[in-house]
Design a protein. Structure first.
Length: 209
């Protein structure tokens, strides 16, 4: 998990690396492109670079649109990775008609520390970090007679099915189905060990989403 996001953007018109100036201006703004269709178009490109597509959002400001693409990978993504992703995604967008003819800016970035942990890979990449997550109603009724509604602790292990959290010297294992969106807690001066959880079962890890 990263301390902060990395970002690259350039204005483009009908396509461009993190931005570009594009084709003819229309009299009326056209509808915003569909995010799901854009995800299906761009996800194979991101995967080919050994990254994960973590989010796509299209917003409009007057006659110009902003396409935000969030990518991540094990070990994080560097500024060079962001630049490469910007170029490759730009080429793909230029070869399609998904963004239409209006000018837009393509902004590629990595997730910030405030990104919710909702997928097994998110929890894995937060290994060694202090996290908190709401428990589902079923988890509360089965686990916590004191009515505790959250799971909190440092991630000391993970697999394709769940995570192990340590708090005050006590470890507890939670299945992903028991946890709501997790949040990494901001700590100052703590070194997060990226190797935490490396002893997780290999077969389980292969089942990760």
């Amino acid at each position: 998990m990263h301390g902060g996001s990395r970002r690259g953007s350039h204005p483009r018109a009908k396509g461009k690396v993190s931005g570009r100036e594009a084709g003819p201006r229309t009299a009326q703004p056209s509808p915003l492109p569909d995010s799901d269709r854009l995800a299906r178009l761009l996800e194979p490109v991101v995967h080919a670079m050994n990254m994960d597509l973590e989010g796509i959002r299209v917003t409009s400001a007057g006659r110009r649109r902003l396409l935000r693409v969030i990518v991540d990978a094990d070990g994080g993504v560097s500024l060079d990775d962001i630049a490469l992703a910007s170029r490759e995604l730009s080429v793909k967008l230029d070869s399609s008609a998904e963004m239409g003819d209006q000018p837009y800016t393509l902004e590629v970035s990595s997730p910030g520390v405030d990104r919710p942990l909702t997928e097994p890979r998110h929890w894995r990449r937060a290994a060694g970090r202090l996290v908190v997550a709401p428990l589902t109603a079923d988890a509360v009724s089965h686990r916590d007679g004191n009515g505790a509604a959250t799971a909190e602790g440092r991630i000391t292990g993970w697999s394709g099915h769940g995570v192990i959290l340590e708090r005050d010297g006590v470890t507890r294992e939670y299945q992903y189905a028991e946890l709501g969106p997790g949040r990494v807690q901001v700590e100052f001066g703590h070194f997060a060990d990226p190797a935490a959880g490396a002893d997780a079962d290999d077969e389980d890890l292969g089942e990760e989403d």
